[in-house]
Design a protein around this ligand. Structure first.
Ligand code: IVH
Length: 673
C-alpha cells in the first residue's frame, strides 16, 4: 500500500472512531471512553489532517470548530412549509383534542406520541445520501435562512448518518437549543468579559445560531433534538414514534423523554410527571407536544390554518409575568441574614398567584437597579422562590418611583447590622436576643429534617414567642396542655397531640440533633458526615478546627462556624438544657459500622440525574455509612456520574476509580428493580 493510501486509511479509521464515540456520548448517553481519550484521538486526527489537508473527510468531527464567516445568510425555501402548533393550557382542552382524534380514528386504539416541547428554535436539516448538506431556520415557515455552517458545529449532530438503509434524501426537523449548564457557563464568560449576558437559553440559542462567523457559533454550547421528518425519499414507518426511533438508529439525537401511549389517563400522567421532572432536566422545556401517532390518521385529520389538527402543545403556565413593586420589606432569617422582599401587585405566574419576590441582598438590588414603584418581570420556575428577573425600564415612571433604603439597624430588634467583607449578606448582630432569629431557630429545630415535631407549625412558633412562652428550643418540652390550649385557635385535643409529639421527638439521632442546632452552613448532609466521623456529641464539641476540616464536606469556613458555635456559652447551655429535658439518641458505636454496606467507602457525585436528585443520592449513600466528598482523589472509591459529567469523570477514569451511572447507583441503593 502506498504511504498516502495508508494515511488515508488511518484518517478514515480515526474519523469513524470519533464518530462512534460521539454517537455513544450524545445519542446513546453511554460514553465508553473518558473525555481525555476522545481528546487524544481528536488531536491525532487533527494533526494528520493538517499535514495532509487533501485527505480530510467531510464528516470529520474536527470540522465542528467552524471556520467560514459569511456576510449574510442566504434564503432557503422550505419544500414543505414548517408549521406551528396549536396550544392548549388546561387538561380539559387536551381532552377535547384527544377526543377529536379518537372520533376520527378507524382504529380500536388511538395512540399518541408524546414529546417534551423543547424551548429553542426550529430548524430543518437535510441529509443527502446520509451526508448533512443543508440546514435552515424556520423563518416565516415558508422561507428561512441558510445556517448550514453554524449547524454543522453543533456537537451532538452527526455530519453523516450511520446504520442501515440510509435514505437518499432525508429532511429532519427539530429544535436547536442550549443546555442549561452550557447557558450558565456562557453567560458567566460573557459577564466576565464585560459583555451583555443572554436573558435565557432560548435567546442564547437563537443569537448563537444567527452568528455570521461559524467559529463563534462553534464556541457556543448548542444542541439539537429531532422531532419530525420533513421531505424524504424511501420508506419510513407509519408511526411518529417509530420514525423517531429510526432517526435515533441513524445516529440522530432525539430526546429520551419521547413516549408512545394509549389512553387519555396516560396522556395526562405524562404531563404531570414531566412537570415534576422539568426543573431537573438538562434543557428547558415549555410544555408537552401531543401527536397522533399513526401517520395515516394524521393525513386524514389534516391542517387548519398553519397548524396540524393531529397535534397540540399543552403549554406549562408562563414562568414570567410583569407586575409592579408596591413596597420592599426586610425579613430577618435564622442566622440574622436580612433579606429584602419585594411586595408585588399580585400576579399569576408559574401556575400560582405571587405577591412576594426575594431581592436576595443589597448587591442584587443594585444589580437590578430596582426602585419601589418599578414595573418588573417576575419569574417563578418550578418550586423555586419567585425572583425579580429584571426591571422594565421603558415603563419607569419617575413620579412614583422611590429609592430602596437598606436598613442600618435590625428592623425587628434594632441591633446593629453588619456586613462581613466578601459576603453578600447583611446580618443582624442580635443573635437570640432578636425575636426574629429566635423564631426561625425554633422553627428550624422543629422542622422535618431536624427533630420533626409534628403539629408545631410556623404560625404556632410565632405565637409562642410573641406570648413569651418560650425563648429557646429546650423550653418547648416543658409546655403544658393547659398553657398551649390558652393560645388562640388551639383546642384541647391539638394541645394534647402536640405535647405527645414533643415527647416522641425527644428520641432522635446525633446527625438530626446536630442539624437541628442551626449552626451556619451545617446542612443535613454535613451533620451526617460529622456524626459518622466523631460518633459522639462531646467529640464534636471538643474538636479543633484542623480536626473538623478532615471530615468530608467540611472546609475552613464550616469548620470555623462549628468551632465558634461550641465556644459560646449560651449555645452550650441550650445543648445542655436539651439533653437534660430528655432529648437523646442511640450511641453510634452501638450501630456496628461494619454492618453498614458502604462503611468507610468514599463517594463523589457529579453530573445531573433524572429520576433522583443529587441530594437524595448523597443522603442515601450516607445512610449506608458512606462518606461523600466534593472532589475526586486517590481516596475516592466510587464516582457516581450522571449525564453531562465532565472533569471529575475524566479524572476518575484516569485513576481507575469505579464509576456508577444513574441506573447503577439506583441499583446499589435498592431503588430500582
Ligand atoms: S412539531 C407540525 N414537536 O414548537 C408540527 N415542535 O409551537 C411542527 N417545538 O416551531 C412542530 N418541541 O419549534 C414539534 N417535540 C416538538 C417540539 C416542537 C418544540 C417547537 C417548534 C415549533 C414550535 C411550535
Amino acid at each position: 500500500m502506498s504511504d498516502n493510501k495508508k494515511i488515508a486509511q488511518e484518517i478514515k479509521q480515526l474519523t469513524e472512531l470519533l464518530e462512534e464515540y460521539n454517537y455513544q456520548y450524545y445519542v446513546q448517553d453511554a460514553p465508553s471512553v473518558p473525555d481525555a481519550e476522545y481528546d487524544r484521538i481528536f488531536k491525532q486526527l487533527q494533526q494528520l489532517e493538517s499535514t495532509y489537508p487533501t485527505l480530510l473527510l467531510a464528516n470529520s468531527p474536527t470540522q465542528k470548530v467552524g471556520g467560514v464567516a459569511l456576510s449574510k445568510f442566504e434564503q432557503v425555501t422550505h419544500q414543505l412549509p414548517m408549521l406551528s402548533l396549536d396550544n392548549v393550557f388546561d387538561a380539559d382542552s387536551l381532552d377535547d383534542f384527544m377526543q377529536r382524534a379518537i372520533d376520527k380514528s378507524p382504529l380500536t386504539e388511538t395512540a399518541f406520541c408524546i414529546e417534551p416541547k423543547l424551548d429553542g428554535l426550529a430548524a430543518s436539516i437535510i441529509y443527502q445520501d446520509g451526508v448533512l448538506v443543508q440546514a435552515a431556520t424556520r423563518g416565516d415557515g415558508v422561507t428561512g435562512e441558510n445556517v448550514t455552517e453554524n449547524v454543522k458545529t453543533i456537537a451532538n449532530l452527526p455530519l453523516k448518518l450511520r446504520g442501515e438503509n440510509i435514505p437518499p434524501l432525508l429532511e429532519v426537523r427539530g429544535e436547536v437549543f442550549m443546555l442549561k449548564a452550557g447557558f450558565n457557563k456562557l453567560n458567566e464568560g460573557l459577564i466576565k468579559a464585560g459583555e451583555k449576558a443572554f436573558v435565557n437559553p432560548r435567546n442564547a440559542a437563537a443569537g448563537s445560531l444567527r452568528q455570521l462567523d461559524s467559529k463563534v457559533a462553534a464556541s457556543r454550547p448548542l444542541a439539537f433534538y429531532c422531532y419530525a421528518v420533513g421531505i424524504f425519499e424511501g420508506e419510513l414507518a407509519n408511526s411518529q414514534f417509530q420514525r423517531i426511533e429510526q432517526l435515533k438508529a441513524w445516529g440522530l439525537p432525539v430526546s429520551s423523554e419521547v413516549k408512545r401511549v394509549v389512553g387519555e389517563a396516560a396522556c395526562h400522567e405524562y404531563y404531570e410527571n414531566i412537570s415534576k421532572k422539568r426543573a431537573s432536566l438538562a434543557y428547558e422545556i415549555d410544555g408537552v407536544v401531543y401527536k397522533v401517532d399513526d401517520i395515516n390518521l394524521q393525513q386524514q385529520m389534516g391542517f387548519v390554518a398553519r397548524a396540524p389538527r393531529w397535534s397540540t402543545a399543552y403549554k406549562f403556565p408562563a414562568e414570567e409575568a410583569v407586575t409592579t413593586v408596591e413596597n420592599v420589606e426586610f425579613q430577618v432569617g435564622r442566622t440574622g441574614a436580612i433579606t429584602p422582599v419585594a411586595k408585588l401587585k399580585p400576579v399569576f405566574v408559574g401556575g400560582v398567584t405571587v405577591s412576594n419576590a426575594t431581592l436576595h441582598n443589597k448587591d442584587e438590588i443594585e444589580r437590578l437597579g430596582i426602585l419601589i414603584g418599578d414595573v418588573v418581570v417576575v419569574r417563578r420556575a418550578g418550586d423555586v422562590i419567585p425572583q425579580v428577573a429584571r426591571v422594565v425600564l421603558e415603563q419607569r415612571n419617575d413620579d412614583v418611583t422611590r429609592i430602596i433604603h437598606f436598613p442600618e439597624t435590625c428592623p425587628v430588634c434594632n441591633s446593629d447590622v453588619e456586613r462581613i467583607e466578601g459576603e453578600a449578606v447583611t446580618r443582624c448582630t442580635g443573635g437570640l436576643y432578636c425575636e426574629a432569629q429566635r423564631k426561625q431557630a425554633i422553627k428550624h429545630f422543629a422542622s422535618r429534617k431536624a427533630l420533626d415535631i409534628d403539629g408545631l407549625g410556623d404560625k404556632l412558633v410565632d405565637l409562642l414567642v410573641d406570648h413569651k412562652m418560650i425563648k429557646d428550643p429546650s423550653q418547648l418540652f416543658s409546655l403544658t396542655v393547659e398553657q398551649l390550649s390558652s393560645l388562640p385557635r388551639m383546642g384541647n385535643t391539638s394541645a394534647k397531640k402536640l405535647v405527645n409529639s414533643l415527647q416522641l421527638s425527644k428520641k432522635t439521632t446525633l446527625a438530626r440533633f446536630l442539624y437541628s442546632l442551626g449552626i451556619r452552613e451545617v446542612g443535613e448532609a454535613t451533620a451526617a458526615n460529622l456524626a459518622n466521623h466523631y460518633k459522639t456529641l462531646p467529640a464534636i464539641i471538643d474538636a479543633g478546627i484542623e480536626s473538623l476540616k478532615t471530615v468530608s464536606d467540611v472546609g475552613d469556613i464550616v469548620a470555623k462556624h462549628l468551632y465558634y458555635f461550641f465556644r459560646q456559652d449560651h449555645n452550650l447551655m441550650v445543648v445542655d438544657e436539651l439533653i437534660s429535658v430528655g432529648v437523646h439518641w442511640p450511641d453510634i458505636e452501638e450501630v456496628a459500622q461494619s454492618e453498614l454496606l458502604l462503611a468507610d467507602k468514599t463517594f463523589v457525585i457529579t453530573g445531573s440525574f433524572e429520576a433522583i436528585s443529587r441530594n437524595d443520592i448523597k443522603a442515601a449513600l450516607q445512610a449506608l455509612g458512606a462518606k461523600v466528598a466534593g472532589s475526586v482523589s486517590k481516596k475516592t472509591n466510587t464516582l457516581v456520574a450522571g449525564s453531562a459529567a465532565g472533569s471529575k469523570l475524566s479524572k476518575a477514569t484516569e485513576l481507575g476509580i469505579e464509576i456508577l451511572d444513574e441506573n447503577g447507583v439506583l441499583k446499589l441503593l435498592g431503588k430500582s428493580e
